[in-house]
Unconditional design. Structure first.
Length: 380
């Protein structure tokens, strides 16, 4: 198998790397994290101007026709820069759902705005009791006056505080964990009955809890077929998992680079501590875990856009499991090899460690994906 990037992919990677390096210094990132918006509007505008917000979308929809590998290249560089922008959730996850399910002129116009970056989206699928199960939906939508009335509570909506539209899952029929009867609605966060509790997560990006109390939506705000949204939700979450694995690999790369540089420069008894063989062995362990995670992230990127199947889902779960374990190992060992400075607020490594831990709990942790992988094993 040829793992070399095409000329276009190399240009895409170089463009992102240069943009992040030149405009997203760690000190600037810390200032942006403290802002009310929670991410950099100028940086998002630059992504839009370079056409990078259009990468995950097909050419037929007006995008650049990027595949899973292209998305992975973007997310890797954003991960290296600890970028706070909700690219994964807006462009890949929610944008993918909108592209797959848009069925009327209003939704198509919204898709155009998302592709150009003029509109940001968010997904609100998690509930207090759901624990990564997309089919565990207690929020309900009842048909009223030709439209729908929504009630429910969604949690940890990444980028929800700044999103112009939020994709909300709600049950239109069936019991709490039935796979049928789940529908998707486009919700205006400013609509009557919608309340957001905005907060910063431990690693910097902002999220919100979404409370819906008798929220009235029109029939045009139903996304896709009534009661049949779960397959699309699972498919697009798979694409998001592939992107998240790539983001984690980018962050792990920087954590390893920072750790290696520290071992080379930290002096003890007149010599760099990196000369100690035991620390060299531990650094080799970090690199081994990184290479394994990078390989699995490539696998996830290659299968992300394949038709839905048990094999695709199994490989994505395997990738998320391996990347999550590697991310946690590298975060912990990098801090151990640094000592106290590894947890200093002013030092980038501490924030990469937090980011890696946070990523390991989003879109399913390692235990969840190990169970999902095992459930799809077919006994001969």
């Amino acid at each position: 198998m040829d793992f070399k990037l095409t000329q276009e992919q190399q240009m895409l990677q170089d463009t992102l790397a240069r943009l992040v390096r030149d405009t997203y210094a760690f000190e600037q990132r810390q200032q942006v994290a403290q802002s009310a918006l929670g991410h950099s509007a100028p940086f998002w505008s630059q992504l839009c101007a370079l056409g990078l917000t259009a990468v995950p979308f097909s050419e037929a929809a007006g995008g650049l026709g990027g595949n899973g590998v292209d998305n992975g290249l973007v997310m890797t560089e954003l991960g290296r820069g600890l970028c706070l922008e909700p690219y994964l959730y807006s462009q890949i996850y929610a944008g993918g759902l909108l592209q797959q399910l848009a069925s009327n002129a209003e939704q198509t116009a919204l898709l155009d705005a998302v592709i150009t970056g003029d509109q940001q989206l968010a997904v609100a699928f998690e509930e207090p009791q759901s624990h990564y199960c997309l089919e565990d939906v207690q929020a309900r939508a009842e048909a009223v006056n030709g439209g729908w009335c929504l009630n429910g509570h969604k949690v940890v909506v990444m980028g929800g505080g700044s999103a112009g539209q939020i994709l909300v899952s709600a049950r239109t029929s069936g019991a709490e964990r039935d796979e049928q009867g789940i529908s998707l609605f486009l919700i205006d966060p400013q609509a009557p009955g919608v309340r957001r509790r905005d907060y910063a997560t431990i690693d910097g990006p902002r999220a919100c809890d979404l409370i819906l109390e008798d929220v009235q939506v029109t029939a045009e705000q139903l996304l896709g077929s009534l009661g049949d949204a779960l397959p699309a939700m699972r498919y697009q979450q798979g694409r998001a998992i592939a992107g998240q694995c790539a983001e984690a690999v980018g962050s792990m790369q920087v954590a390893c680079e920072l750790t290696l540089e520290y071992l080379k420069t930290r002096q003890q008894f007149g010599a760099p501590i990196g000369k100690l063989q035991v620390l060299q062995h531990r650094m080799a362990d970090l690199r081994a875990e990184l290479e394994m995670a990078a390989s699995m992230a490539i696998l996830a990127a290659c299968v992300a856009d394949q038709p839905d199947s048990d094999t695709r889902s199994q490989r994505l779960s395997a990738a998320k499991f391996i990347v999550t374990r590697a991310a946690r190992f590298i975060a912990e060992q990098s801090i151990q090899l640094h000592g106290g400075i590894g947890m200093t607020w002013e030092y980038a490594l501490a924030h990469h460690a937090k980011r890696l831990v946070m990523l390991s709990h989003q879109l399913g942790d390692d235990d969840h994906h190990l169970q999902a992988y095992a459930a799809r094993l077919h006994v001969a």
